[in-house]
Write a protein that binds this ligand. Structure first.
Ligand SMILES: *[C@@H]1O[C@H](CO)[C@@H](O)[C@H](O)[C@H]1NC(C)=O
Ligand SMILES: *[C@@H]1O[C@H](CO)[C@@H](O)[C@H](O)[C@H]1NC(C)=O
Length: 574
């Protein structure tokens, strides 16, 4: 305990230095950022206040306390707790509404009337000039509303900031509420853009108004859509080298891969196939880990699509000249770029596509998820209480997506080398112990894994997905880390997601330190795990009946330097 206390002290000290050093940065930012200056000193006091009383709370500490999760308590924000928070890199931000939402009357969500027209969301690269003019007008009006109107554009953007930087505590708990990196990712964003869309429509008196979707998973849509380069849709804080005609890199990791247009497109499609199909056969792999109330309920395990393309495109669009690639690259500022709503509209569409691929069976029936409750303002500026169960079926919300071809469905990757040849080469490799015991991930790590089950039947495979688990990933500081996982790769330095040997990619985004009102509010998990599904991949690599496979962890861009891994194993996921 004592040593943890010291680690905490040093960590806080570093933050304080960071704060003092970076406070000049806020000056040039928006109104909300300027407000943040006034509380830097206040914040220091708060942090020092914690130090007097307690040490940094980690998940390990909490386990010792054995706090039982309370099943009768739903996960929801405490609306009177909105407070300062920190950006991904630990800079103070303040996104709370001008007055506590707990002071406003609250109404329960009601489905829109069935007489309402279905709003059809179309691909952003295919909308016409009339539509663009309407959308521009709506955004212009939204931007002109006063900040104390919840329909104001910056207020809308700050909803994302509030829920993503941990500005709310959970109700009846000192834990933060954060909606990324877990099973709340899809439903929360569905709610956010649903209300945003309806506000836009009401501002221009058009009940047919629908958001567009950025169809980045289709070859024609893999560019920043033109409509975002003009009028009120412009955000000047974007990476200028990524404007059209540059093809988006759906697997971007701060490094320019320099693939030509054709190669980039085919890599993107193969990557999409992996994230939507072969890597996402089970609910947790696609939706993310189950996040529940209280400290025991914390989890950190994003689904395939959230990791990338979602995160990757946030980073790719945001300006390389800003410290956190604002606007689009940082949680607190992402929704200030109008393209945010089209990005999340596509992610929302892909959630539907994934459901369709599995025959629309309910993916999660856990009431803890279904009853998770959030608050948003509707087009009449009323504060609405809405549950995840309300948004599971989007047809009840009176919007739909125009049908587009999902080209990636036919982009199943192929082995980079014929499997019978790679098998011969891999046979000559010496066996490596899969227990890594904190091996540093500064270079590629290769291990040979024994598979507990071979010759599984088709039904067994459908029931249980074989997964690789990389466990005990210890990232020594709050930093960006990315590594890829390959199976039976002969030379992983020359292949990527376009090859079948690629199983998945782990990304750790910076989380920033979280500030809460109470000392227990700082919750940070030290070690994390990464799971990736490989049943289909093993079939394609002709390795389905092999008793052993080779697994390679490949750090990208030198980011593994201060990361260690305890080991790699195979498990089966229902
Ligand atoms: C909500 O937050 C406020 C401010 O921290 C606190 O006083 C109150 O006890 C919290 N309420 C619940 C139900 O958690
Ligand atoms: C990584 O760890 C080394 C010590 O092992 C340290 O000197 C270095 O500053 C760390 N680098 C980063 C980026 O944290």
């Amino acid at each position: 305990m004592e040593s943890k206390r010291w680690v905490s002290l040093v960590f806080f000290a570093l933050i304080l230095v960071g704060l003092s050093y970076s406070s000049h940065l806020f000056l040039k930012d928006s109104d909300q950022q300027v407000q943040s200056i006034s509380f830097v000193s206040d914040l220091k006091t708060t942090i020092l206040g914690f130090l007097d009383e307690t040490s940094w709370v980690t998940i390990e500490d909490i386990d010792e306390e054995d706090i039982k999760p309370k099943h009768d308590v739903i996960l929801t924000p405490n609306l009177s707790s909105c407070h300062k928070s920190l950006s991904d890199a630990g800079r103070p931000v303040y996104c709370c509404p001008p007055k506590h939402e707990s002071l406003e009357p609250i109404i329960d969500f009601k489905f829109p009337d069935v007489s309402e027209p279905i709003k059809v969301r179309k691909p952003a690269h295919m909308v016409d000039a009339d539509y663009i003019a309407k959308y521009n007008k709506a955004i212009t009006i939204m931007k002109s509303l006063p900040y104390d109107d919840p329909r104001n554009f910056m207020r809308q953007a700050n909803i994302h900031c509030i829920y993503c930087t941990g500005a709310y505590n959970q109700q009846n708990s000192n834990s933060l509420l954060k909606i990324h990196r877990s099973w709340m990712f899809f439903p929360w964003h569905r709610m956010m853009i649903y209300f945003h869309e309806r506000i836009l429509g009401s501002l221009i008196g058009d009940e047919n108004f629908a958001l567009p979707f950025w169809n980045w998973d289709s070859p024609e849509g893999m560019f920043i859509p033109d409509m975002y380069l003009y009028g009120s849709m412009v955000d000047t804080q974007r990476d200028s080298s990524h404007l059209p005609p540059r093809v988006a890199d759906l697997y971007y990791d701060y490094h320019e891969r320099g693939l030509g247009t054709v190669n980039q497109i085919s890599t993107n499609l193969a990557f999409m196939y992996n994230q939507m199909v072969s890597g996402a056969k089970k609910t947790e792999l696609f939706m993310g880990c189950p996040y529940k109330t209280g400290k025991k309920g914390y989890c950190d395990g994003p689904g395939t699509i959230e990791l990338a393309p979602h995160n990757a495109l946030h980073t790719w669009v945001g300006s390389n000249l800003n410290p956190e690639r604002e606007d689009f690259g940082a949680f607190y500022s992402a929704a200030r770029d109008p393209i945010f709503y089209a990005h999340h509209s596509n992610i929302d569409r892909l959630w539907n596509v994934w459901n369709e691929l599995r025959g629309n069976k309910p993916a999660i029936e856990d009431p803890d998820w279904l009853d998770t409750t959030f608050y948003f303002h509707n087009e009449k500026s009323q504060l609405v209480r809405i549950k995840i169960r309300d948004v599971v079926d989007n047809s009840k919300l009176r919007y739909a997506y125009e049908n587009v071809e999902n080209v990636w469905l036919n982009a199943r990757p192929k082995p980079s080398i014929p499997p019978q040849i790679s098998r011969q080469i891999l046979k000559m490799r010496e066996s490596r112990n899969p227990f890594l015991d904190g091996r540093r991930l500064d270079t590629t790590i290769r291990v040979k894994l024994h598979r507990p089950k071979t010759h599984r039947s088709k039904i067994e495979k459908e029931q249980e997905e074989e997964i690789i688990v990389v466990y005990g990933i210890d990232i020594s500081k709050d930093m960006y880390v990315k590594f890829d996982v390959y199976v039976n790769a002969v030379d992983e330095s020359i292949i990527g997601p376009e090859s079948r040997e690629f199983a998945g990619t782990f990304v750790n985004m910076m989380k920033g330190v979280r500030i809460l009102l109470n000392k227990e509010d700082l919750v940070m998990k030290r070690k994390t795990i990464f799971k990736v599904g490989i049943t289909e991949l093993l079939e394609d690599l002709d390795a389905d009946d092999d008793e052993t496979i080779w697994v390679t962890l490949v750090p990208r861009g030198g980011t593994g330097i201060n990361t260690t891994v305890d080991g790699v194993r195979i498990e089966y996921l229902k």
